[in-house]
Every structure is written in C-alpha cells, then in structure tokens.
Design a binder for this molecule. Sequence first.
Ligand code: MRU
Length: 345
Amino acid sequence: MLQTITWTGTAARLLDQTKLPTETVYVNITDERQMWDAIQRLVIRGAPAIGVAAAFGVYLGVYLTPDDRFTVRLEEVCRYLATSRPTAVNLFWAIDRVRRVAQSAKSPQSAKQKILDEAIHMLDEDNRVCRAIGEHGVALLEPLKDATGQINLLTHCNAGGLATVQFGTALAPVYIGKERGLKFHVYADETRPLLQGSRITAYELQQNGIPVTVICDSMAATVMRDGKVAAVVVGTDRVAANGDVANKIGTLGVAILAKHFGIPFYVAAPTSSIDLALPSGDQIPIEQRDGREVSHGFGRQTAPTDVDIHNPAFDVTPAELVTAIITEKGVIQAPYPRHLSALME
Ligand code: MRU
C-alpha cells in the first residue's frame, strides 16, 4: 500500500494527493512553512495523516533553533501549525502531544530528539490503530454478505489508507476482510468539490484490487433504493462528546439517506478523533474553503464570473443517525455520551 508520509532523515516525504489519480509525485518538506502549506492545500489530507504530518512539522520548525530561543520558538511553531486547518481534531491532538513530550525534556537538544522520536512513533502507531479499527469493523460487516457472499458498501470522501499513514479507517475493514478472503464491492461517492472519492478512494481501492464503482454524489439515493448497498462506512474529522460527527461535506446527506432506506451508517474513528471537550457537533469549527474550488473545480470555469459561492468543507451528522462508531478500542453505539466517555477513560 502507498505510504502518505515517511521520514527521510532530514525531511518529511509526502505523497502529493493533489496530483492523484494521474500522477504519483512525492514532495520533501523541510520546514514548518512548507508543512503548513502542504496541510492547507491538501497535499496531505485526512484527519489522522494531518496529525502525523503536523508532528513532523513541529520538529522541522524547531530543530535549528538555538537553545536560548527554544521554548518561545516551540510555542510559535505549534501555534502556527494549528492554524493550517480547523476541523480535524487530530491536528491539535498531535501538536499537543509533541509539545508535551518536548516540555518533559531536560534540555532543548533532548526536546528536539524527543519530538522527532514521537513523530516517528506516530507513524507505526497509526498503522496499529488502523489495523485494530479494521479488525473491529470486519466483525460488524461480515454478517452483511449478500447471496453471492459479497459485502456491498458505500463510502464518502476518502478515509482509506491515503487519509492515514498507510492503512485507513473506514476502508481498513475492507483491507483486513480481503486478507481473510472476504469479497467486497464499494460505491465511492465522487465527493464534490475536490473529488476525494473519485480521485483518491477509487484510486486506492483499484490499486489494492477491491472492486469499486464511482458515483456522483447525487446518485447515492438511487443506489441505496436499488438495494445495492448493505452499509455505509465513513471516516470522521472530529467526534463530539454527544456522538455527533464532523466529516467531509455531503456526509450528512448520506446519513439521512441511509436512515431513510434502513441501511446501517457506520463511522470509523481512531480515538485521536474524539473530542470530549466539545459537548456537541454545534461547537465543531467548520472549515470554509475558497469558492474557486467550486467554480473552477474541473480545470475550467463552471459557474458565472463573480457569482456568490458557499463552500463549507465539512458537515456534522447528528449522533441519532450514527448506527455505531468503530474505534481501535472497540465498537460503540448509543447512548454515545456514556459510551464515549467510558471509552476515553
Ligand atoms: O478535506 P479532507 O480531504 O482532509 O477531508 C477528509 C475527510 O473528510 C475524511 O473523511 C476524514 O478526515 C476522515 S480520514 C480517516
């Protein structure tokens, strides 16, 4: 499987996801400004991947800092990287984590090494967490086989390997299931405006030999009505304490459709995406992105010049529409407030 982030010894090497599916290009990130830009422009994207990238960004921002400026500089770099994107809590979780590790060190030199070690550790940890999500998810999905033994899923955006270090959250059960001989078919919503579903999800599933069909977002209702989907599985950028989940714009519509057609709606989330500090999804900051992503999305202008554009990058699905949340620690269902806080203890 493709790896989204690797450490070269001097740089964080990122797979440039803005170029997929037609070009496989890697970029070497050597300072925190380049990392901020890579996160903001979605060179690296997906909540878990953003977190790990930011951890390397902190290291790249401080490793040349003289000892007498280290503490101030660490704060500056952490605060700066935290402004790259607002919705995925993994960004803030990862920055806090490396900041704490640095603060526990006895000297600036040791703090720098500890930040780097922690970021490298996060690469392996992410793979372990994703595999565990996959194990729990496959147990949930296996009973949904159709008469031919196939498990038919729909997903929105990309919460596969390319949204994490390597393995994925929503697509992890598919990869683990395949290892065990299960058969899957996935409908990938193309996911306007930036097409993470058709550019990235369809690409990685195809690369990994999983049958995939791309549909326009507006086709999900028909596909569900026609009985072609046994479950929806999506990722999330942040889960609030009441179980509301933020994910790529359009996810809310998919959840409403799934409820209408009686199809389970599963959310895969590492515990690093759970934010018990926010009582409900109403408090999750929703990123607003440049209107040109909508008006010039296909390499040409597709809306009148100067027309008003609304471009929220995420929406919030209320907990009542979520059948279960699949985490690395197990699967939880409503009542979410109680089960989420028990899970995080
Ligand atoms: O804007 P993106 O591409 O970063 O949005 C990504 C998503 O919405 C994913 O579904 C989410 O981060 C979960 S990734 C495991």
